[in-house]
Write a protein that binds this ligand. Structure first.
Ligand code: T1G
Length: 705
């Protein structure tokens, strides 16, 4: 046997065990090991039944994603699964942990399935820009019906053991040892002489939808409604349809063809890049091995405003009690009312029970006395973006917080080192930058100060994961990674208005590119007054450069959706804003005042003028070591700003476009606008000249020109 697959006999039952840490991915060695094991057991007359199990923390989590794009090595996963299904004796899958993708498909090739009560199953291939490519789109519909199968395959969501039992995905759920339970079932099957039940032979669950696919089509429409620009969800629907429109073998062949097409496509390459980049982004290259995070049992949050409230919810959601500090009871009441309102929305959508709402609210305690944070393990300040206020708070926290407490600021661009210097424990200070709405957006920029201790960094990363965020470790600079690049984009948005574009043209170009919203609609949603106040406070050139139009609108009290008017007009009950001739007149008049000759501007230029300066800023961020990897920057933009995941993030996208082209276009626009700030960053220039991409920097110390 191979060292990743073993076989042992227990009476008339053989147990085949996969042992390929960390997640029993079905790489070549595993596939050939199981293939050979099954071949040997097939003709072994002493063996009447087989159990297929996995060692370690989980049943197989699927194909080995690192193998994609490399020459295939037989047996292919679908061949292995067909061989398992063809076994002349019953094969029972024993599932624990997360049986996902090809791992779940392997279980579907087995004839019976037993799960432990905490197990989950799923087909998350769609999140990698793929579809289940080893029979899942043909077998699962035969097990639970096409409509239910569609929900699992197109969403990529995991299904818990109880629901899996209800749906008929598993035959048994056990609170005990799943391998024992599977062995028991196998013994019974052997004793009864019960043979294999092959899904490929079943079509009873397909009859209803063959007769009438209306409900199926409705479900498909709902599931793909938000698939903006993504190919895989539609491919999944097509493949599930084959399960009831074609014979099994034909459906399997077409599924395979579609899989091969998707796996070679740009979208899946981008989404697989993000899968690994997301996991890399919280690894700190110089962190000593064995650095252990401090234990966090209680959290303190200072500020119950939009951010403080949203931040607090993340901890209450995962059972960590939070003490929220505000300056007045009235501010606390407002904050708690907002939190409860947010939870009520989840209850009204059936995502949470009334009981759970009460439990989560019970984990939140309000106080106006900061000394109530004396025992908190991790304290997050989420007050106004004013350095003096933050330094004052950190000075007070330093005196109140217990030794070993971590002190974090949610600042979105201020200097963490300056904040840390307001305490006698700079090693315990860092930034935890959440993105609004903080209880929804998954990105968490962890801002590492010059003096931040490694275990403090590890604590913030570990806590970020616990509250289901995507932590990205970044360095100190104005705006860190995300907002610094957003500033580069914002500098161009207003310029484009003065040069000839309208807000709706810019927004449409960006939504067509794949963002959920354009910059002007986003500004109206967040409130134009936020940037306006910052520009007035820190000076236009510091925050986001000149924003004549936005400032003029704010002077007119047009803050955006909250005032009914911003760049657009927001009629009561209307979805989205409508263009406002008044705003266009303001733009024309302002351009005239600046002596700018307006011209027609196409969407291609708009995309280049907004995205390429961001990429150039990203190159500067890499040069300065503010981000460790280009993939970290991609993760920030995917999870913090809605950069279309099927483009892989700004730096991955740049490599797809080609850095030489980006360099040339930036030089062209710098000439055309007379704005040297548009020139390509030295690192971008260097890589372009070498014909390389940002990916070539992987694992290297970044050096500029
Ligand atoms: N292949 C290769 N490496 C994988 C992997 C996989 N499928 N899944 C995880 N890893 C690595 C991961 O990069 C990390 O590495 C380590 O394992 C721990 O993962 C034909 C084609 C299982 C829920 O999409 O969802 O089957 O950083 O940090 O938080 O139809 O991993 O330690 O070096 O995420 O406990 C479909 C992907 C594949 C499942 C565990 N399967 N994995 O989460 O640990 S395509 C998936 C996950 C397929 C077939 C198709 C999660 C997890 P490192 P982790 P975790």
């Amino acid at each position: 046997m191979s060292d990743v697959v073993s076989v042992r006999k227990d009476g008339e039952v053989a147990v085949v065990t996969i042992d390929n840490p960390p997640v029993n991915a079905l790489g070549h060695a595993v596939r050939s090991g199981v293939y050979e094991a099954m071949a040997g057991l097939r003709d072994d007359a002493d063996v009447k039944a087989v159990v297929l199990a996995c060692a370690g923390r989980t049943f197989s989590a699927g194909a080995d994603i690192t193998e994609f794009g490399k020459p295939p090595q037989p047996p292919a996963l679908f061949e292995l699964i067909n061989a398992v299904e063809d076994m002349p004796k019953p094969v029972v899958a024993a599932m624990h942990g997360t049986a996902l993708g090809g791992g779940f498909e392997l279980a579907l090739g087995c004839h019976y399935r037993v799960a432990d009560s905490k197990a989950r199953v799923g087909l998350p291939e769609v999140k990698l820009g793929l579809l289940p490519g080893a029979g899942g789109t043909q077998r699962l519909p035969r097990l639970i019906g096409p409509e239910e199968a569609l929900k699992i395959i197109v969403s990529g969501d995991f299904v818990g053991a109880d629901k899996a039992l209800k749906l008929g995905i598993v035959d048994e759920v056990t609170d005990g040892d799943v391998n024992e339970a599977a062995l028991e079932l196998a013994r019974r099957l052997a004793a009864d002489g019960t043979g294999p039940v092959r899904l490929s032979d079943r079509d009873d669950k397909l009859q209803a939808v063959k007769a009438d696919d209306t409900a199926f089509n409705e479900t498909a429409g709902k599931l793909t409604a938000r698939a903006r620009g993504l190919e895989a969800p539609h491919a999944c629907v097509e493949a599930v349809r084959w399960s009831f429109e074609l014979p099994f073998e034909e459906g399997l062949t077409k599924e395979r063809e579609k899989f091969m097409e998707l796996v070679a496509g740009d979208q899946s390459k981008a989404q697989r890049h993000i899968f690994f980049a997301e996991r890399e982004a919280s690894k700190v290259s110089d962190m000593p091995k064995g650095t252990t995070p401090r234990e966090v049992k209680t959290v303190g949050v200072i500020g119950a405003g939009t951010m403080g409230g949203g931040i607090s919810m993340n901890f209450a959601n995962v059972g960590i009690p939070v003490t929220i500090v505000e300056t007045s009871q009235e501010a606390l009441d407002r904050g708690f009312a907002t939190i409860e309102k947010n939870y009520r929305i989840s209850v009204s959508r059936g995502r949470m029970s009334e009981e759970e709402l009460k439990v989560r609210m019970s984990r939140l305690t309000g106080t106006t006395d900061m000394s109530d944070l004396a025992d908190a393990d991790f304290i997050i300040e989420a007050v106004f973006e004013e350095m003096d206020i933050k330094k004052d708070i950190f000075g007070k926290l330093d005196a109140i917080a217990k030794p070993g407490a971590v002190l974090a600021s949610n600042t979105s661009y201020l200097d963490i080192d300056e904040i840390a210097a307001a305490t006698n424990r700079p090693g315990s200070v860092l930034g935890t930058h959440f993105f609004s709405p903080a209880n929804v957006m998954r990105l968490m920029e962890i801002v590492r100060g010059e003096k931040t201790d490694f275990d403090v960094l590890a604590t913030a990363i570990d806590l970020g994961r616990k509250i289901r965020k995507v932590p990205v470790v970044v360095g100190v600079c104005f705006g860190f990674v995300g907002n610094r690049m957003l500033k580069a984009r914002q500098l161009q948005t207003e310029q484009l208005l003065l040069e000839g574009a309208t807000p709706q043209q810019v927004d449409k170009a960006i939504t067509d590119f794949g963002f959920p919203m354009g910059p002007f609609a986003m500004g109206d949603l967040a409130g134009l007054d936020i940037g306006w106040r910052i520009r007035k406070h820190v000076g236009a050139d510091a925050e986001g450069g000149r924003a004549e139009i936005a400032d003029a609108l704010c002077e007119m009290g047009r803050f955006g959706q909250k005032t009914g008017r911003g760049f657009y007009i927001y009629e009561k009950g209307a979805r989205g804003g409508t263009p406002d001739p008044e705003v266009e007149a303001l733009i024309v008049e302002t351009a005239k005042r600046f002596g700018i000759e307006r011209r027609e501007i196409g969407s291609e230029e708009i995309v280049e003028r907004l995205i390429y300066p961001m990429i150039s800023e990203g190159a500067k961020i890499l040069e300065e070591g503010i981000a460790q990897r280009s993939g970290d920057i991609d993760v920030v933009w995917i999870y913090g700003y809605g950069f279309p995941i099927w483009r892989g993030g700004p730096m991955f996208y740049a490599d797809q476009v080609g850095l030489a082209h980006i360099r040339d276009r930036l030089d062209f626009y710098a000439e055309q606008t007379g704005n040297d700030a548009l020139r390509p960053a030295p690192l971008l220039q260097k890589l372009a000249d070498e014909g390389a991409g940002f990916a070539s920097l992987a694992g290297k110390k970044v050096r500029a020109a």
